[in-house]
Design a protein around this ligand. Structure first.
Ligand SMILES: Cc1ncc(C[n+]2csc(CCOP(=O)(O)OP(=O)(O)O)c2C)c(N)n1
Ligand SMILES: [Mg+2]
Length: 340
């Protein structure tokens, strides 16, 4: 039996749960920033602070049976789709208890049982992956939807165009969620695209396009819930552009200097957690929200403690389990430079 259709507005409890997951994600990102400065992370981390409402609002608007693909900046998506923070953190730190056994790292976290098909370090790679999943759902007549989360940089790739074209033509049950944070690496969107409003592109494929405030979790949830209903009805894909901003730079290795500090400050003042807290205050006692935030912070601290105490995987450099038994082994993530 299939789950009931989601409504476009979450219940108060669902909103509280989204808020909790955004707070957990924020705590993860901030702690990762600190640990990176201490030289304790393995390579650079692409933090998603300030963008939590996109990943959390979108994934929580879906049903458990639906699937998601995401980018190198996917921590909010993982936590939103219900993955255990402890195991996400364990994967980031290469521990055996991580979702990839400690061999995938922070950009490639996946859990099939959660419908989290994976982060993707190939810019644009999340888009055809979700489109292919949607094609399989259509062929198998399964009542499931695929969500592709991708960046404004990824929106300029050829595979984005190919995927959107075929998805609209075949009316595939896929949602294209463009997380527009204004930058691809150090390049502002105005230097990547001739249009500032990406939703106009949807008309060229023959699908609906909608822009939402990416710092408003309710707006993201509502747009994705509506797109999921459309996909389930057999009406095909939707392009949603969630407008947000990359407040913490490209990665923890970013030297900065190319983002306008005034612009960063403006967006920091529109913190999605603060926006959500204000919305919750309309119907829920702020003391209850504060307790929930404290519990989320404690849960995350405990998740770090547990994950960091977990063992690293056994690795036989030239043994039968090594992927390239004869290739030289690079034991240190630093060998791979910036990880770009
Ligand atoms: C196919 C490919 N080309 C280039 C890169 C290098 N690269 C990594 S992230 C990135 C920018 C991505 O920008 P965007 O899609 O806006 O995502 P954001 O980092 O803003 O979340 C680039 C060019 C890559 N990983 N894959
Ligand atoms: Mg971007």
């Amino acid at each position: 039996m299939s789950d009931p259709m989601p409504s476009n507005r979450p219940s108060a409890d669902e909103h509280l749960d989204m808020h909790r997951r955004m707070v957990i994600t924020r705590c993860v990102e901030e702690r990762l920033g600190v640990l990176h400065k201490q030289g304790k992370t393995r390579g650079p981390i692409h933090r998603c602070d300030g963008q939590e409402a996109v990943g959390v609002g979108a994934t929580m608007a879906l049903e458990a049976r639906d699937v998601v693909t995401t980018t190198h900046r996917g921590h909010a998506v993982y936590i939103g789709k219900g993955l255990d923070p402890r195991r996400v953190i364990a994967e980031i730190f290469g521990r055996v208890t991580g979702y990839g056994g400690g061999r995938a790292g922070h950009m490639l976290v996946g859990s099939v049982e959660h419908g989290m098909i994976g982060g993707n370090a190939i810019v644009g790679g999340s888009i055809p992956a979700a489109t292919g999943m949607a094609l399989s759902f259509q062929i198998r007549r399964e009542d499931r939807v695929a969500l592709a989360v991708f960046g404004d940089g990824a929106a300029q790739t050829g595979i984005c165009h190919e995927s959107m074209n075929i998805a609209a033509l075949w009316r595939l049950p896929v949602i294209f969620l463009l997380e527009n944070n204004d930058y691809g690496l150090t390049v502002h969107r105005s230097e990547q695209s001739s249009v500032a409003d990406y939703t106009v592109r949807a008309a060229g494929y023959g699908m609906p396009g909608e822009a939402v405030d990416g710092n408003d979790v309710l707006a993201v949830y509502g747009a994705v819930a509506a797109a999921a209903q459309r996909a389930r009805r057999g009406d095909g894909p939707t392009l949603i552009e969630a407008r947000t901003y990359r407040v913490e730079g490209f990665s923890t290795s970013d030297m900065g200097g190319y983002q306008d500090p005034k612009e960063v400050a403006l967006w920091k003042a529109r913190d999605p957690i603060v926006v959500s807290r204000t919305q919750l205050a309309e119907s829920i006692d702020p003391a209850r929200v504060e307790r929930l935030e404290t519990a989320a912070e404690e849960e995350t601290a405990a998740a770090f403690e547990a994950a960091l105490a977990d063992p690293l995987p056994e690795f036989e450099p030239h043994g039968p389990s090594a992927p390239y038994a004869t290739a030289p082994v690079h034991a240190d993530a630093a060998d791979f430079g910036e990880g770009r």
